[in-house]
Design a protein around this ligand. Structure first.
Ligand code: GDP
Ligand code: MG
Length: 579
């Protein structure tokens, strides 16, 4: 989880920079904050597990100028924190160790990770990734032994830059002291923050500062109302601090002296793992929303590709395998068969063609480059190329039609661009693969011829009558011409002698076998084309295209990556803590 959350946050950050819609940016920034908080909270759990007796942590938080630093000083009983009439004076988390040595906080450095711990007086306003830890001079009598954190305002304009320090301190806190003033208690930022913090389950104390005598009767009910609108948990105790015109610092009322200790007692570290789990569960689906959208877009793309592939295979069957004038492969097998039969009468023709030729014809076949030539003239290869091109054109059209419909629309837009750019390369690959398949499949053609030949040998009557038929000799001449490159493979299909030979065989005693073996050949051919050219070939390449989408605009977190993290989350739910 501590790997995934920062990764997710980093992706949000990267993608945020490319988003133009203001609403998207606000939403993404909110999630970045939630992720920062969740990461810090998980880190706190880890720290609790690692550091024995980590001192109690209390954080004073609130909007600008309400007197947070002043309240810290009152509670510490000394001038611990810097106070200023200027807004945004405190910009670093500053911890003050009350009734304990600074050395007791050694375990905190790892919690703060990249943040550096430096002495309070050396904190530099231009560097936000620092925090300080300082000792208290005396026991104020208002606090238990703890680290009391003064924090930067969570609402001022600059707070974006030092937000991370605030968030890390918030997540570290075992208890929260919220400081508000009569001017600021109704601010939206206060209640947004309190609502976010609710899932951390920290006990809270509210300090209503800078009160004018007698105004609490009006303010308290209104404060309570705000609380109840923002949170489900009971309205906490409120300490009313009256505006001290002369002293300039609030005075802690006597009847509230025990409040900070009571607050501390209510924190329960044993439940941290449970709260951590609740926090993750609460936001999980929202955080993943853009990733799931990408996954959905990928699944939609996969469906589009599958649809295109199925259509392409349909065309291949209709226009080739099942097309009586176009299907050439079985004819080719018959032509091969003719080279296996020793046909009387052909020898004369052959010697006429070329004196050096020896019988059987088969020997001669090995001489030439018959296979390449056959593939070059194949209608099947040409048709496959056409089908692939058509499929890509259709896919591209569908992408353009879908543009802007399903989210994320920029995913689709960019994918259409990638497809356009890759189209030529995809078709080239396909064309090379189609040739390679065709050459390779000649082996199957020969096997088929061989099986037919063996079958014929079981039927001497059929074999002999074939050998003796004039049409066989004619067909054999055509087959030979095919092999020597005199005609293309598609001419074979329409050659009358070949047609007659096909009918002869089909009507002979091995007719049933011929049908069966032709059907088998077709099936193997369909399977091979489907597997090699379409599924393993162009489909796989099309499905890889989203991988080329810019990592700057998309989350690019794979389904497998997500599944493994969700598995971790589930296992934790049953009490088995993996991290
Ligand atoms: N006179 C008077 N000034 C106060 C009181 N509480 C806070 N202030 C002033 O309000 C300003 C802001 O206080 P500070 O603690 O720095 O606020 P922070 O920004 O929330 O930390 C400072 O000038 C404080 O002196 C008070 O009770 N009386
Ligand atoms: Mg301050």
């Amino acid at each position: 989880m501590l790997e995934f959350i920062p990764l997710l946050r980093q992706r949000y950050q990267v993608v945020l920079n490319r988003r133009e819609k203001a609403a998207d940016r606000v939403l993404f920034q909110q999630r970045i904050d939630q992720l920062t908080l969740a990461e810090a909270f998980v880190r706190k759990g880890q720290t609790l597990g690692r550091v024995d007796g980590l001192p109690l942590q209390m954080a004073v938080i609130g909007p600008t100028q309400v007197g947070k630093s002043s309240v810290v000083n009152v509670l510490m009983g000394c001038q611990a924190a810097g106070v200023s009439p200027l807004a945004g004076y405190t910009v670093h988390p500053q911890g003050f160790c009350h009734d304990l040595p600074v050395s007791a906080c050694a375990g905190l450095q790892r919690y703060f990770g990249g943040f550096r711990c430096i002495p309070q007086q050396e904190l530099d306003k231009s560097r936000y990734d620092c925090y300080s830890l300082a000792p208290a001079l005396e026991n104020s009598g208002l606090l238990p032994a703890c680290v009391l954190w003064d924090t930067p305002d969570f609402d001022s304009i600059d707070s974006r830059t030092y937000r991370e320090g605030v968030i890390r301190t918030l997540a570290l806190a075992d208890a929260i002291i919220l400081v508000v003033s009569k001017e600021k208690y109704a601010d939206q930022s206060v209640w947004e923050m309190m609502s976010v913090l609710e899932s951390l389950n920290q006990p809270t104390l509210i300090c209503l500062n800078k009160l004018v005598e007698g105004s609490e009767q009006v303010l308290l009910p209104s404060l309570q109302d705000k609380w109840q609108k923002a949170r489900q948990d009971p309205f906490p105790e409120v300490v009313c601090l009256h505006y001290q015109k002369l002293a300039g610092v609030p005075i802690w009322p006597d009847d509230a002296k025990s409040f900070p200790s009571r607050l501390a007692q209510r924190s329960d570290r044993k439940k941290h793992a449970q709260f951590e789990q609740q926090l993750l569960q609460k936001h999980w689906q929202q955080w993943l929303q853009p990733i799931l959208e990408e996954h959905q877009a990928f699944a939609d793309w996969e469906a589009l590709v599958d649809n295109a592939i199925n259509q392409a295979l349909g065309h291949y069957q209709r226009d080739f395998l099942n097309h009586p004038q176009h299907y050439e492969t079985f004819q080719q097998a018959l032509a091969e068969l003719l080279t296996l039969l020793e046909i009387p009468g052909l020898a004369g023709f052959l010697t006429g063609v070329r004196k050096a030729l020896t019988w059987p014809v088969r020997q001669m076949m090995k001489l030439g480059q018959k296979r390449l030539h056959i593939t070059d003239s194949s209608r099947e290869v040409a048709l496959l190329n056409q089908i692939a091109e058509h499929a890509l054109i259709r896919l591209n059209e569908t992408l353009l039609d879908n543009n802007g419909q399903g989210p994320p629309s920029d995913w689709w837009q960019e994918l259409a661009g990638v497809l356009r750019n890759q189209k030529v390369a995809l078709l080239q690959n396909f064309s090379l693969a189609a040739r390679a398949y065709h050459l390779d499949f000649q082996h199957e053609v020969e096997q088929t011829a061989h099986s037919l030949y063996l079958k014929l040998q079981e039927q001497p009557l059929v074999l002999n009558s074939l050998r003796a038929t004039r049409v066989t000799a004619d067909a054999a001449v055509i087959a030979l011409t095919l092999h020597t490159g005199g005609i293309g493979v598609h001419d074979l299909v329409i050659a009358p002698a070949m047609l007659t030979l096909t009918s002869l065989l089909a009507e002979s005693a091995i007719g049933g076998y011929v049908h069966k073996i032709e059907a088998q050949l077709k099936q193997r051919q369909l399977d091979t084309v489907k597997q090699i050219l379409f599924m393993g070939g162009i489909r796989a390449q099309l499905l890889a295209l989203p991988g080329q989408l810019s990592a700057l605009a998309h989350f690019n977190i794979s389904i497998a990556q997500l599944n493994s993290v969700e598995q971790q989350l589930k296992e934790k739910r049953h009490g088995l803590r993996l991290l």
